[in-house]
Each structure stands twice: as C-alpha cells, then as structure tokens.
Design a binder for this molecule. Structure first.
Ligand code: G4P
Length: 204
C-alpha cells in the first residue's frame, strides 16, 4: 500500500535492525485518515469473504481494526492482555509470548462474543514472530469459528512470523512488507524503497 509505505518513509524511525518506531501514526499518536485508508484497503482485500467479525489484540491493533470493522459493518472484538475486573469466567484463553518484549501475556476473549459459524478477520499492527496472530487464531478455533484471513499493517518479512502463518495455511494480507531494517534504512519487499534514518526517503 503506497500511502502507508510513504508514511513509513516519512515518519518511521529505525531503532535497530529489528525494530521500527512508528509512534507518530500507529503506536501512540494515531493518524485517523491513514487508519481509514488502511481499513478501506483491508476491506477491498477481504470483501468477498463474508466476514462476520473483526478480531484484534489491544492496544495498537484496535485503530486499524475498528476502521475495517466499521466499513465491513461488523463488530470489532479485541483480545485483552490484562485481566479484566468484569471479565473473569467464561473466557477463551491463550498464551502469547512476545520475543520483541520478552514477556508472555495471557490473552482473553469472552465466550459471549465469538461463536461457531463466525467468519473472523484477524487484524494486527505488526507481524514479527507471529505469536499474537497464532494466539488469536487459536482463540477463534476454540470457539469453533473460522479464520477467514489475517490482515497486517506492517509485516517485518525478515522475521519468521509470515512464513509460519503461510505454512499453517492462513491467508495473510500485509499492507507494508519490510525486507530489512539494516543500516538505519527501511527496505520494502516489493519495490526496494529506502528510508534513511533521518526520514528523508530515497530510492535504491
Ligand atoms: P509477534 O506477535 O508477531 O510474535 O510479535 P512480537 O511478539 O515480536 O511483538 C510483540 C509486540 O511488539 C507487539 O506489540 C508488536 O506490535 C510489537 N512489535 C514487534 N515488532 C515491532 C516493531 O518493529 N516496531 C514496533 N513499533 N512494534 C513492534 P504489543 O506488545 O502488542 O503492543 P501494543 O499493541 O500494546 O502497542
């Protein structure tokens, strides 16, 4: 998605060869117009799939997911990482380990909101090792529902999450696919566009 790649080029900060900071539009401050465009793009890719629910994980998945759900006219459901005071029993639970943050979260979704027959579109902001996506997919399957596909805003293609999801047979649609973050530069899979650490985009 060209608009997203341009935003990453303009505002993304390469923190290391593993981590890209995008807190000006996705992970802290949020750009609503960009989120709407992202929602439209996901809808165009999954329009034929009779989605009944969008599922994400708090917190940064919620912004792109709500736009997608709104345009599909279906509910958005988000998995919680913190135990809710009011949500204690009757929940689906999965362990999600974050390699990036070196923590394991127990994610929960109320059984009330996912049911057999649901066709679920999973949305997340980043795909790194695939742990969050797999955890969400397992919850969908616990409910006897179907994963129609997985929509990712930024995929770090040099990490193993995409390959693992492909191998498991999931349909994955990523709007920006990053080939590498070496030398302070973002290189995309499709077009080898390059971003310098200072953010003044150039092309390789
Ligand atoms: P995985 O789910 O694909 O295995 O990813 P991983 O465990 O490595 O990542 C865990 C958290 O770190 C996720 O956020 C993910 O979005 C974020 N993350 C991974 N790589 C990057 C990166 O290069 N840049 C940024 N900005 N974030 C990255 P989270 O813990 O769920 O946080 P949040 O959704 O509450 O913001």
């Amino acid at each position: 998605m060209k608009l997203l790649q341009e935003k990453i080029q303009a505002e993304g900060i390469v923190l290391s060869d593993q981590v890209l900071k995008v807190d000006s539009f996705l992970n802290h401050q949020i750009d609503p117009q960009l989120m709407l465009a992202i929602g439209k793009e996901f809808v165009s890719r999954f329009a034929q799939d009779q989605i009944t629910k969008v599922l994400t994980i708090e917190s940064s998945g919620i912004a792109p997911a709500i736009m997608t759900a709104m345009l599909l006219n279906v509910p958005l459901l988000f998995a919680r990482k913190q135990k809710s005071l009011t949500l204690q029993n009757n929940v689906y639970v999965e362990q999600v380990h974050s390699f990036t943050k070196q923590v394991t979260n127990e994610i929960t979704v109320s059984k009330k909101f996912l049911e057999e027959g649901d066709k679920v579109l999973i949305i997340d902001d980043f795909l790194a090792h695939g742990e969050a996506a797999f955890g969400l997919a397992k919850i969908v399957r616990q409910a006897g529902a179907e994963v129609a596909g997985i929509g990712i805003v930024i995929e770090k293609s040099f990490q193993n999450g995409r390959a693992k999801l492909d191998d498991a047979g999931f349909r994955v649609e990523s709007l920006a696919r990053i080939k590498s973050l070496t030398d302070g530069q973002v290189r995309f899979v499709e077009d080898s566009a390059v971003l310098t650490a200072e953010g003044n985009g150039s092309h390789a």
